[in-house]
Structures are given as structure tokens and as C-alpha cells.
Design a protein around this ligand. Structure first.
Ligand SMILES: [Zn+2]
Length: 254
């Protein structure tokens, strides 16, 4: 990197100027999307075209942990975060083979209080099975970062203190026991976040957390993400990425 004006004047390297907030894509389920009222599903064919689009642009999908670590080293240009919320079983069949083929990493946010269960929190639409402990370990063994989505998919901004602590801290402890590795990332269910939830997540020891549109809370513990869905063709992805770079100003510590 070229020396900045500051470092020339003082002889000391200056802190790197924060770049734009990193781009993190939000996926959920990868499979049949014919009945999908919450627009949480992309078909494997669509995901394949989206990963191919990233590659054509010289971008590569990685886990959020890898993305943040690269940026902390002053690298990370050309990396985008890929996240998959809820931990559906179709991650193993629909997403993982494509991630492997395109040499991409990803973060999978799972619910250790619903292992082998389903998306009972979504009143409409089809029930989608969630990974068992073994399924989560299989994803981890393939290099996928495993993060916490809480225990049971509760809106943390409406949770009482005891629930908030259990969802945030206990889910982390259970995940670490399950995978034998640290769980550094958290993902707010529904993307809803307030200052109290951010504080609970930080206190529980997570190094980062993903939201959707956290506004003034934006920071390492409230990262914005872009919803990527079945309608996102190459052209729409291009617009989303450009919009992100225009809208998300640099934030200290990111
Ligand atoms: Zn979710």
C-alpha cells in the first residue's frame, strides 16, 4: 500500500482509513422456491448463476469471519460475505456443492435450540427441516463457519432479560460444544436489533454480529446485509452492490 500523506509527514504509519462497510449477502434456504411467501429461497440454479456473476466480477464469497479478518489486515478487496440463516438441511444439498465448486466460503447461522426441527416460527408457507447436530458438524468439516442465530428464533428486541441472555449466551456455549470450535459470529433473528441486543451480543463474547439494516447501530456487532433472492439476476445484483457502496458510509472499526 502507498504511504499516506500522514505517514510521510510523521514517519509513522497512519491507521488505515476505513473503507466502505463490507458487502454481505443474506441467503436462507436453497431449494424449490415454488411456495415461498417470505422470499427466503433461491433455487440451486439461481445460486449457481449468482456465484458465477461474482466470479466474473473478480469477487469471491467468503465467511464473515474471513472477510473481517482480511479487512483488518488491510486486504479484503474482492471479497464478499456469504451468509445462510436458520440452518436448513438444504444447505448441505443445495448450497454446499456449489460453494465447493466456486471455491467460496460461507457462514451458516444455526439455531441450537431447534436441532432437527423446522421453521415453526414462520406461520405461512412450507415447513422446512433444520439441520441436526450431525448436519451442522458436516458443514463445519467442509470449512463452513458456524455462527449462532440464537437458540430458537426469537425477536431479541422483544425478549425479556432472561430470554435475551439465554438466546445469545447459551446458544454460543451450545454451539461451541457441538462443533468443538469457537462461535464468533451472531445473527439477529428477523434482523431486528437495538442497543440492548447489541450489548448482550458483545457481552457474550461474539466478535461480530449480522443484522439487515441496522442504521445508526451499524458496526462490527450490527453489520448490514443485502437480501439476495430468486429474482436477483446479474443486473439486479449489480445494482444492489452499487447501491450498497453509495449508501453505506465508512464506519470506525469496520
Ligand atoms: Zn432467521
Amino acid at each position: 500500500m502507498a504511504a499516506s500523506v500522514d505517514s510521510v509527514a510523521t514517519g509513522r504509519p497512519s491507521a488505515p482509513r476505513p473503507g466502505p462497510v463490507p458487502w454481505v449477502a443474506m441467503y436462507h434456504s436453497v431449494g424449490d422456491c415454488s411456495d415461498d411467501p417470505y422470499r427466503i429461497t433461491v433455487t440451486p440454479g439461481r445460486l449457481e448463476r449468482q456465484l458465477a456473476w461474482l466470479r466474473r466480477r473478480g469477487l469471491r464469497g467468503v465467511s464473515v469471519a474471513e472477510l473481517l479478518a482480511a479487512r483488518a489486515r488491510g486486504e479484503g478487496r474482492g471479497l464478499v460475505g456469504l451468509t445462510f440463516d436458520d440452518g436448513y438441511t438444504d444447505f448441505l444439498t443445495g448450497a454446499l456443492p456449489l460453494l465447493r465448486r466456486f471455491r467460496c466460503g460461507a457462514t451458516l447461522f444455526v439455531l441450537p435450540g431447534r436441532l432437527g426441527g423446522d421453521n415453526a416460527w414462520d406461520p405461512l408457507g412450507p415447513r422446512k427441516p433444520l439441520l441436526t447436530a450431525d448436519g451442522i458438524r458436516r458443514a463445519a468439516a467442509e470449512g463452513v463457519e458456524i455462527g449462532s442465530h440464537g437458540l430458537t428464533h426469537v425477536d431479541l428486541t422483544r425478549a425479556d432479560d432472561a430470554t435475551l441472555t439465554a438466546e445469545v449466551a447459551e446458544s454460543r456455549a451450545r454451539l461451541e460444544e457441538l462443533t468443538g470450535a469457537p462461535a464468533d459470529g451472531f445473527c439477529y433473528p428477523y434482523g431486528t436489533v437495538d442497543a440492548r441486543a447489541v450489548e448482550a451480543v458483545r457481552k457474550a463474547g461474539y466478535t461480530y454480529a449480522c443484522a439487515i439494516d441496522p442504521g445508526p447501530l451499524t458496526g462490527p456487532h450490527a453489520l448490514p446485509r443485502a437480501h439476495v433472492g430468486q429474482n436477483d439476476t446479474a443486473w439486479r445484483l449489480h445494482l444492489k452492490l452499487r447501491l450498497h457502496r453509495l449508501r453505506r458510509r465508512p464506519v470506525e472499526g469496520l
